[in-house]
Ligand binder design. Structure first.
Ligand SMILES: [Zn+2]
Length: 303
């Protein structure tokens, strides 16, 4: 399924985050398009298409969530699903400073694409780490609903008490490779724009209207390489003034380094390290995120 040369001869759909606010409707949000970044992450793994699609959705969600964070603080957002009873027992994606990466662990191939068929029973944890201050926030929700995006919506409803809509789509294009797209829309508390604060439980007419509009965004629109993020927003909110601003450009990035790998291996006792030595006389460590392979001497030094 992985093309040898994605986008050859074609204008790329482009990796992009576009933030927006619609003041008249008290909403803000993001449009995300993942193109080369998505293909770079997925091509490092050899997952069956249905699982590439799943990891793709998780990467789009991670970009939607992480790019919101990047504006305020250079922190890290991690999306982690842990489960049992289904083909996928672990899925991890993270975002830091515009760099996104991810992997999953599976045994077998699911027959359907809803969380129950993919994961069995499990939880989705969304974690924010701020290295500068040492602060960490984590919310955990069950892996339920029709998609990962449903679980993420529930996370915001439960832990942030912030009405939020996610639309996420991933599609395989024979010519271009994988294309991912996402839309995040959040209702702003009135206090943030100088008005009366809404009770969380209230379903404000503005939000109902926005939900009705945004829910019509199709998977085809989210992943249409010829439909710009601006054009997508225009279709949704053409009656209102929409302010847009470019977010960070998402790219595939992994933080694995030989230095980090050797420091981890150095922490093992000698006998355990000896047991890691392969037939070639070296310790081989693979990065789960990017599948890069590191070779070390039996003593754990760079080989
Ligand atoms: Zn790596």
């Amino acid at each position: 399924m992985t093309p040898t040369a994605p986008h050859e001869g074609l204008a790329p759909a482009a990796d992009r985050v576009l933030g927006f606010t619609v003041g008249a409707r008290n909403v803000r949000g993001r449009v995300v398009r993942l193109d080369a970044a998505l293909n770079a992450v997925l091509s490092a793994h050899a997952y069956p298409p249905v699982l590439s699609d799943l990891l793709g959705q998780a990467l789009v969600l991670t970009a939607l969530l992480g790019s919101t964070l990047a504006e305020e603080n250079d922190g890290q957002l991690t999306l982690q699903a842990q489960a049992k009873g289904g083909p996928v027992d672990l899925l991890v994606c993270d975002w830091r400073a515009g760099k996104v990466r991810g992997y999953l662990r599976h045994d077998g191939v699911p027959e359907a694409t809803d969380p129950a068929a993919l994961f069995g029973e499990g939880h989705l944890a969304i974690t924010l780490d701020f290295a500068a201050t040492g602060e960490r926030y984590q919310g955990v929700v069950p892996l339920e609903g029709a998609s990962l995006a449903d679980a993420a919506e529930f996370y915001f409803f439960q832990s942030e008490q912030l009405p939020t809509l996610f639309r996420v789509a991933v599609r395989w294009d024979e010519a271009r490779g994988w294309i991912g797209g996402g839309l995040l829309v959040q209702h702003l508390a009135r206090a943030e724009i100088g008005g009366e604060r809404l009770a969380v439980a209230d379903m404000h007419p503005d939000w109902s209207h926005v939900l009705a509009l945004a829910s019509t965004t199709s998977e085809a629109e989210l992943t249409d390489p010829d439909l710009s993020a601006e054009a997508l927003l225009w279709r949704l909110f053409h009656e209102e003034e929409v302010r847009v601003h470019d977010g960070p450009v998402p790219a595939r990035g992994c933080r694995c380094t030989l230095g980090h790998i050797t420091s981890v291996i150095a922490q093992f006792p000698d006998d355990e390290r000896a047991a890691m030595v392969g037939d070639d006389g070296r310790i081989t460590v693979d990065c789960a995120f990017c599948a890069r392979s590191f070779a070390l001497t039996p003593e754990g030094a760079a080989a």
